[in-house]
Design a protein around this ligand. Structure first.
Ligand code: SF4
Ligand code: SF4
Length: 433
């Protein structure tokens, strides 16, 4: 079968400190959970409960406030014991409700009641997805109901792209979710397709995961919507929207297949849509990959929203040494974690702790003009030149437009001098994305 990819650049990389992709473990229930009122890049939800109130598992505790905001639910039953505020590394203030677990679980361990959805209209489906606070289960985490509602095509052709692209070993949790919740991912795709009025589903799957693609397609057979499998590259950053679209447009041209506008969602998001519509369940947990050189027993875990990182790392055997860097996401484009009381949220995908401040532990040296950074850039830029200009300018916007750089970090990974190329280019240029 043919493999479609972006035309230039990219890297293959591996990381032995990533957890195994064979199975997940369920994390312990948190005695004390921290439920932020912002769990994605949108606006803050307004609390619907107060300190001292009892809350039920899955109960609405934060009401989304207009566009970009999403409802927030309690992941465990208990009592609200505090409300806290803190400044995030991104510079905004977040608030969280602290819930001490008590009382009975209404969903955990109970037989799941199933609600039929085929008779519901697209508008009704969108409302359910909004009510249950479903957002993209990764950064930036836009509300799915808004993505669907804003989804317009000039051609009347719409395609839902299920992004099963694993170009980064730190996407292990989504891979395990795909395997363990394959039926939910596919039914969630069928529900989303109906809600958005799309005409077809494309499973975009890394070519190294061909058997996963075949399983998804076989499961999709039972839904009355055309579905196809497109094998895409496995090299990073194939999963980025730009690179994935390039691959799909190439497929469209070569196979004479009209895709129209693309609504791209990841499998965890579609499983969450399934749970909201079919089980009337908000997002109570998230598959996360936990590892890194400082973690004794890396694992893929299914953790309740609100579980603090100190408990997550403890359940992975704790630290083998003093971690120099703790972050979420991936070592290529991770976000620093400064407080182990930070919780798992809807957009969490991975947490790692490293014994060295950088993934490889090396210190930066001067540029040796080796040129390694140029061929890996997927948009054909000259990272060395842009980096040097950013050093000279020394101020934001000082190097003018950075062109198409989307901060993928490929240049930084291959640089033998370990220069912070991508960081400097994106920091000192206009038009960040
Ligand atoms: S971070 Fe920017 S300059 Fe570096 S490889 Fe990616 S797109 Fe190119
Ligand atoms: S890879 Fe690093 S050392 Fe080599 S040219 Fe690029 S910036 Fe310089």
């Amino acid at each position: 079968m043919k493999i479609y990819s972006f035309p230039q650049g990219g890297i293959q990389f591996d990381d032995p400190s990533v957890p195994s992709r064979y199975t997940s473990i369920t994390s312990f229930l948190p005695n004390l959970s921290v439920i932020p009122l912002i769990q994605h890049s949108g606006g803050r939800a307004s609390p619907t409960v107060a300190v001292g109130d009892l809350v039920r598992e899955g109960m609405l505790i934060g009401q989304g406030q207009g566009p970009g905001s999403a409802n927030i639910h309690a992941a465990v039953p208990g009592r609200v014991v505090r409300m806290v505020s803190w400044k995030t590394p991104e510079g905004y203030t977040n608030d969280a409700l602290i819930i001490r677990m008590e009382g009975a679980f209404e969903k955990l361990g109970k037989k799941e009641e199933v609600f039929p959805w085929k008779g519901l209209s697209p508008v009704e489906l969108q409302r359910i997805i909004a009510d249950y606070g479903i957002v993209e289960m990764e950064i930036p985490g836009r509300p799915v109901s808004e993505l669907i509602a804003g989804y317009k095509s000039v051609t009347d052709l719409f395609t839902l792209v299920v992004r099963c692209v694993f170009d980064d070993p730190w996407l292990a949790a989504d891979y395990v979710l795909c395997r363990e919740r394959l039926k939910a991912v596919v039914e969630g795709s069928a529900i989303t397709a109906k809600a958005a009025g799309v005409t077809r589903i494309v499973f975009a799957v890394s070519h190294r995961e061909q058997s996963l693609g075949a399983d998804l397609l076989a499961e999709a057979d039972q839904w009355n919507i055309p579905a196809s499998l497109v094998l895409v590259g496995s090299q990073y950053p194939q999963r980025n929207r730009r690179e994935l679209e390039l691959a799909l447009r190439l497929y469209e041209k070569k196979e004479n297949a009209s895709l129209g506008d693309l609504l791209i969602l990841n499998p965890a998001t579609l499983a969450a849509v399934h749970d909201a519509v079919k089980l009337k369940k908000p997002i109570l947990d998230r598959y996360i990959a936990v590892g890194g050189s400082a973690v004794r027993a890396p694992q893929v875990m299914r953790a309740r929203i609100g579980t603090r990182l100190k408990e997550i790392f403890a359940q992975c055997g704790g630290f083998a040494g003093n971690p120099k860097r703790i972050a979420s996401g991936s070592p290529i484009r991770g976000r620093l974690v400064t407080d182990l009381d930070e919780p798992v949220i809807k957009t969490s995908t991975a947490f790692f702790a490293l014994l060295n401040a950088r993934a490889g532990g090396e210190r930066s040296r001067d540029c040796i003009n080796c040129g390694e950074c140029r061929p890996v850039c997927p948009v054909g830029l000259d990272p060395e030149e842009l980096y040097k200009r950013s050093l000279i300018s020394g101020k934001k916007g000082g190097i003018g437009r950075r062109g198409e750089c989307h901060g993928c970090g490929c240049c930084e990974v291959v640089c033998p001098s370990r220069l912070p190329l991508s960081t400097a280019i994106t920091q000192y240029a206009l038009g960040e994305n």
